[in-house]
Write a protein that binds this ligand. Structure first.
Ligand code: DC
Length: 238
């Protein structure tokens, strides 16, 4: 086993971050952290409690009391609140939109950043989001920024949703993503952007295995030893 590094993957929704992060974490034997799920959790739970987000004191008390349990494996990242698994509710379209609204609030960003740093304290982490290479883990040994054409990202998101039978038109999904991109990239606090030292990958014409392969080449360069023999084998056949 090589060094227990921190690897960050940032980029807009539908760029392929989750699939690639999960595959990388499984390949390296690292912990997978999904920061978007934490913003979604804040959006979901604050809506359930009908919290007034403009009330600074109420927001701060709410965040202090929000202590999710986390379990993570190659299949996903699961969050539990008061014994209830929140994960199945977090991908709903209204939670997606609301998550990028709560994400502009500095106390919410501080709360999510704190949780991520706590869970990553022993290293050996692949973490995905919007500001992980820039703000949460600026010291990360290896950073990626994935992007893809809006239409491609919308088509991927739609395919994901269709499994859950959420009927949304391609135009509606593209609009939803574009609205979120705008909010995520233009906010004052920790806007979505590639870190200066991130490797930028356009995934429009790549499948997840091809992206993972590019990432592993880079990881092998920066973290010799992290990529064990089984990884080299996988790259030869991939
Ligand atoms: O990655 P995702 O689609 O699950 O993220 C949901 C929202 O959370 C996204 O629109 C913006 C916010 N987010 C953020 O502001 N910073 C992050 N590091 C991750 C997500």
């Amino acid at each position: 086993m090589g060094p227990r590094a921190i690897i960050t993957i940032d980029g807009p929704a539908g760029a392929g971050k989750s699939t690639v992060a999960k595959l990388l974490a499984a390949t390296l034997g690292y912990l997978y952290l999904d920061s978007g799920a934490l913003y979604r959790l804040v959006a979901w739970q604050s809506a359930r409690l009908r919290l007034d987000l403009a009330d600074a004191r109420a927001l701060s008390e709410f965040l202090e009391g929000l202590q999710p349990e986390m379990t993570t494996d190659s299949q996903g990242f699961h969050l539990w609140v008061d014994g209830l698994e929140a994960t199945p509710f977090l991908r709903e379209p209204q939670v997606s939109q609301q998550s990028s609204r709560v994400a502009i609030l500095p106390p919410v960003r501080t709360w999510v950043t704190g949780k991520l740093r706590q869970w990553a304290q022993n290293g050996g982490v692949v973490a995905e989001g919007r500001d992980l290479g820039t703000v949460v883990f600026p010291q990360a040994e290896c950073k990626f920024y994935l992007d893809a054409a809006l239409e491609t990202r919308a088509a991927r998101r739609r395919r994901e949703w269709q499994k859950d039978e959420t009927p949304l038109s391609p135009e509606k999904v593209a609009q939803e993503l574009a609205d979120r991109d705008r909010r995520d990239a233009n906010r004052a606090a920790a806007p979505m952007r590639a870190a200066a030292d991130a490797v930028v990958i356009d995934t429009t014409d790549l499948n997840p295995q091809e992206v993972v392969k590019q990432c592993l080449v880079r990881i092998g360069e920066v973290l010799p030893g992290a990529a064990g023999p089984e990884i080299k084998l996988e790259m030869k056949t991939g």
